[in-house]
Design a protein around this ligand. Structure first.
Ligand SMILES: [Zn+2]
Length: 262
């Protein structure tokens, strides 16, 4: 999934976001049925030819050109709980979804916003990478592994568009990576204040709020800094793989931890 996120004070306060995602997943199959019904467009090859061709070159065994993409209005996706999502892939139904244009929300905290700047073809490449991950027989339950694969193998396409590494990290990777890094950033700032995560958890609601009011910005900036670093590591790793001739089906996700997990 490529998404724009807002890390607000309440977000920092509430570490339950990942759990919410898990619960969300239960609803997915119901939502996918609905998405298929309300999609206002079905994208098929040769539309977005460059995107399909790039994926087809990388994963020739998948026959990606036969895969349709369902384009759904952003407001309809938001109603189903996918607000901010530019697109996503559901490995159970094998449905690829692209969001229509987003309208900028009126009341967001700009200070805590990390906005993705991705065009439809870039979202399609990312989501088709997810499709290929599953088709190639990978079964990692770690979302970090799956995202690393999709963000990583997109790099060749983004370079084809003459984007600099910095641009790729900032506008394609960062919203995701900031989310990945924020727990570690939070722990670090707690540590700097002599507070253990367990102590923080035992804080009253008021005390937590106060802590986040004081340190929220610092945590956010630190998350961003860590995310930029992770992004560069991702670029280095996958540039090397692309130079070595691209994806090979012997690639395993078994013993290796994702470089993005902590
Ligand atoms: Zn993704």
């Amino acid at each position: 999934m490529i998404t724009t996120i807002n890390i607000s004070e309440s977000f920092l306060y509430n570490h339950g976001l990942r759990k919410k995602h898990a619960e969300q997943y239960q609803l997915t199959q119901k939502n996918i049925e609905k998405i298929k019904r309300i999609a206002f467009k079905k994208i098929l090859y040769p539309e977005y030819k460059e995107a399909y061709d790039y994926i087809d070159d990388l994963f020739p065994a998948v026959n990606i050109k036969n895969i349709a993409i369902h384009k759904v209005a952003a407001r309809d996706l938001a109603k189903m709980g996918y607000s901010g999502a530019e697109g996503f892939y559901d490995p159970v139904s094998k449905v690829v979804v692209l969001s229509g244009a987003h309208r900028s929300p009126a009341c967001v905290d700009r200070d805590y916003r990390v906005e993705a700047k991705v065009s439809n073809d870039e979202v399609i490449v990312h989501e088709l990478c997810h499709y290929c991950y599953v088709s190639e027989g990978h079964r990692s339950i770690s979302s970090e592994m799956r995202e690393e694969f999709a963000y990583g193998w997109s790099i060749g396409y983004l370079r084809q568009k003459d984007y600099s590494d910095e641009y790729i990290i900032k506008y394609n990777f960062l919203p995701y990576l900031v989310g990945v890094c924020q727990n570690k950033a939070m722990k670090k700032v707690l540590g700097q204040n002599g507070i253990s995560p367990a102590q923080y958890d035992s804080f009253s609601r008021f005390k937590k709020k106060e802590f986040n009011r004081t340190y929220g910005k610092k945590i956010f900036l630190l998350s961003k800094e860590m995310a930029m670093e992770k992004g560069q590591q991702l670029i280095d790793l996958y540039s090397k793989k692309l130079e070595e001739g691209g994806y090979t089906d012997i690639e395993e996700d078994g013993d290796r931890y994702s470089m993005m997990s902590f």
